[in-house]
Design a protein around this ligand. Structure first.
Ligand code: FPP
Length: 242
């Protein structure tokens, strides 16, 4: 017997890939693709709420994205600033709680305070949890968690024997957030790109060929349909739900 997942995944993570190629196909600069990507993000947030998804995590800027040309990096940072300024009030009205994961060390103070304000303003909401991975890299996150645990061992608060998968999860930026049930990557590539490596141990992956700016309610619905057909065993043989 197949172990059918529940109707909607509780937590969906998305790698929003293909903005540059979407723009290139139209003879537009890459920045036009990122701008259209923000519209696609707005559609995805609305669709997630409609589908009853509880947690939506989006990869908005990776630790490795700093290696892009300076003009593109500054355009992406500007888009984030504008997204937070323009959309947070509306997201707040719709009951969206925003959490930002990733490193805030070395970010310019203006951006850090925007992120802090967005979290503070929306922290009482419960319709949908929107987790924005910004300046995020999973190996870096795991490295910070290991260092935090090592400091607790050094100070004698815990011993090495207390280190468990649960303790590691609790020291990640995503502490308290359930692991993703479904990860969607757009843009046709099939890799994880340093995103939620620890958290995706038993996540179902759906890869779609459409570029991120073309992402729609229908494409999201198809990914959820595919998720429903998956047989999730979590390493066992018995039916389990996340
Ligand atoms: C990948 O496309 C996308 C990114 C690196 C950035 C994702 C950002 C957005 C969707 C918009 C910004 C959202 C916020 C909240 C600021 P790519 O540039 O790697 O595309 P390519 O693979 O076709 O080159």
């Amino acid at each position: 017997m197949l172990n059918r997942p529940p109707a909607a995944p509780r937590h969906v993570a998305i790698i929003m890939d293909g903005n540059g190629r979407w723009a290139a196909r139209r003879g537009l600069p890459r920045s036009a693709g990122h701008k259209a990507g923000v519209d696609a993000l707005r559609r995805a947030v609305k669709a997630a709420a409609d589908f009853g998804v509880e947690y939506l995590t989006i990869y908005s800027f990776s630790s490795e994205n700093w290696s892009r040309p300076a003009a593109e990096v500054s355009f992406l940072l500007d888009l984030l600033r504008r997204f937070i300024r323009q959309d947070v009030a509306e997201l707040h009205r719709s009951g969206v709680k925003i959490t930002v994961v990733g490193s805030r060390a070395d970010l310019e103070p203006g951006i850090v305070s925007l992120l802090d304000d967005a979290e503070r303003m929306t922290r009482g909401n419960s319709k949908l949890n929107l987790i924005v991975a910004f300046n995020y890299g999973s190996r870096q996150e795991i490295g910070r968690a290991v260092a935090a645990i090592a400091r607790k061992v050094e100070s004698g608060d815990i011993s090495a024997a207390d280190i468990s998968p649960e303790l590691i999860s609790l020291n990640l930026d995503t502490a308290g957030i359930p692991d993703p049930d479904l990860l969607i990557r757009t843009g046709g590539e099939q890799r994880i790109s340093n995103f939620l490596l620890w958290q995706c141990a038993y996540t179902e992956f759906v890869f779609v060929d459409d570029f991120w700016p073309d992402f729609t309610h229908e494409i999201f619905a198809r990914a959820l349909d595919e998720f429903r057909l998956r047989d999730r065993r979590f390493g066992g043989i018995e039916a389990q739900t996340a």
